[in-house]
Design a protein around this ligand. Structure first.
Ligand SMILES: *Cc1c(COP(=O)(O)O)cnc(C)c1O
Length: 487
């Protein structure tokens, strides 16, 4: 018997499961923290979203497809709006900006607007989506380390509530565009605080070798503030901004960031006599991609973040007892969009590859891959998956789920147990693909990108349609070469 048929792989490192991945007792089980709230197996064993079976979704819309549980997205947005911000009422209040770069389309912009969140954009394109649905300008932020003059003009004409400036050249540019339009530009200063967070760890450094922001340690952040103040009435200085990383599971990095921002905030009050009304601590709250991750809820995060902000604000309170405290804002993207969607694929081939003596790896190829989820190839991200169109009584088989692209790094799920009897035609679902999958998607190998199907109350609706070969060819403007006369 080959090793995988027993569900056990004995191998010298090859073909073995990573330590964090236990052999499942029941290979059909769904871990609740990985799936949108309304996803479960129906009585036929088929994965269903608020009652709608994925087999219907595959039949009606094809695969690969992103399937988004609308109520799950909305309730995560609400949990940030209510549960996260409530503990800040005792400080100076807090606002939530959904980071649109995680995933944005018109429907999502509307949900964010309906649920009373603000919106974080980082390009003229994202801003155009917001404008298309009439998202109120004052509730929009614009980020970016190289915003064009056209984007600044677009943002200021629309009346965005904050532009997060990122360079000295940009301070001049924003002031010029504001003058041209006869408006006052509300600005925040992106500060590189010297904290970089990665999942469970953060590192505090004096300098950060990266493209974003003004360095705190190098004195640039202070100089940026002086430059903004020197622009007089054209720029309105709202406050300081920092974003320390992504997929973060504990708040210690935010505490250091807040401490350093408060110190600069206090210095600005001392030197310029300005009490900046805002302070932004960015996004980065982690989600569960596999059983190894256990994120905090928005309520738990809010409680911990409000407590640490309150502690760190002591310096400001002591130095300026009469100054109003800044209102805090945060910018979660992944933590709202990520868990609310999964990608539905159809298996095309199952291939056993001998990777070492008596060690086999089962490669399961699906009808998508690095064009719809580049995170595994780009960051070595871990994902999980499950057999979606049925349950199975077969034992677990360790597999690697790969895409259909011409790259051997085209991996969707590095290691997972699926039932040993999977066959071509089976559907599988990869959870946690709501953030940074569609938004980072590409048409590698001239592969049209999958649609985004939103499901609510058991009803499916296309919110981003599937790309077609005609869409791809439409961009290709080369004229056919005139026929050569053959002599
Ligand atoms: C990417 C980004 C976010 C969102 O990060 P998540 O990890 O998705 O929460 C927020 N703010 C800024 C400035 C960002 O660049």
């Amino acid at each position: 018997m080959r090793a995988h048929e027993a569900g056990i792989l004995h191998a010298d490192g090859y073909g073995a499961a990573p330590q964090w991945l236990p052999t499942p007792q029941d290979v059909n089980e769904l871990l609740p923290q990985l799936w949108p709230a309304n996803v479960e197996r129906n009585t036929d064993g088929v994965l269903a979203v608020s009652g709608l079976p994925v087999t219907d979704i595959a039949r009606d819309f094809g695969t690969a497809a992103y399937v988004l549980d609308e109520d799950d997205f909305r309730s995560r947005a609400r949990a940030f709006r209510d549960d996260f911000t409530a503990p800040f009422d005792a400080v100076a209040g807090a606002d939530v900006y959904y980071a649109g770069k995680a995933f944005l389309c018109s429907a999502v912009a509307r949900w964010v607007m309906d649920e009373g969140l603000n919106l974080d954009t980082c390009s003229g394109g994202e801003l155009a989506v917001a404008q298309r649905v009439g998202f109120p300008g004052e509730r929009i932020a614009l980020h970016g380390n190289n915003k064009s003059v056209a984007e600044l003009r677009q943002a200021l004409s629309y009346g965005v509530g904050r532009i997060v400036v990122d360079s000295f050249a940009e301070i001049d540019r924003v002031a010029e565009v504001a003058a041209e339009l006869g408006v006052v530009a509300p600005v925040m200063v992106r500060v590189t605080v010297g904290v970089e967070a990665h999942t469970h760890e953060f590192i505090a450094t004096a300098h950060e070798d990266q493209k974003f922001g003004f360095s705190l340690a190098g004195g640039q952040a202070r100089a940026a503030i002086d430059a903004i103040v020197a622009k007089g009435d054209r720029l309105r200085l709202l406050g300081l901004h920092s974003h320390i990383g992504s997929q973060i599971f504990d708040v210690s990095g935010f505490e250091i960031a807040a401490r350093r921002l408060v110190a600069l905030h206090t210095e600005v009050a001392d030197v310029h006599g300005i009490a900046m009304p805002e302070m932004d601590l960015g996004g980065g709250y982690g989600i569960a991609y596999t059983s190894e991750h256990s994120p905090l809820t928005p309520g738990e995060l809010g409680t911990q973040m409000a407590a640490l902000v309150d502690r760190e604000l002591k310096e400001l309170r002591d130095g300026h007892p009469d100054a109003p405290l800044p209102r805090i804002s945060i910018e979660p993207g992944r933590a709202i969009a990520g868990p609310s969607a999964f990608t539905l694929y159809e298996i095309g081939t199952v291939k056993d590859v001998e990777v070492a003596h008596d060690a086999i790896r089962s490669y399961v190829s699906v009808d998508g891959g690095m064009s719809d989820n580049v995170r595994t190839a780009l960051y070595g991200a871990d994902y999980s998956c499950t057999l979606a169109g049925r349950t199975s009584t077969a034992g677990p088989r360790l597999v690697r789920v790969v895409g259909r692209h011409c790259e051997s790094g085209d991996i969707v799920v590095m290691d997972e147990y699926l039932p040993a009897d999977i066959v071509p035609g089976d559907l599988i679902a990869v959870p946690g693909t709501g953030a940074y999958c569609r938004s980072l998607s590409n048409q590698y190998n001239h592969t049209p990108r999958p649609p985004v199907i939103a499901v609510r109350d058991g009803v499916a609706r296309v919110i981003v349609r599937r790309e077609t070969i005609d869409d791809l060819l439409a961009l290709d403007v080369d004229e056919p070469a005139p026929l050569q006369e053959v002599r």
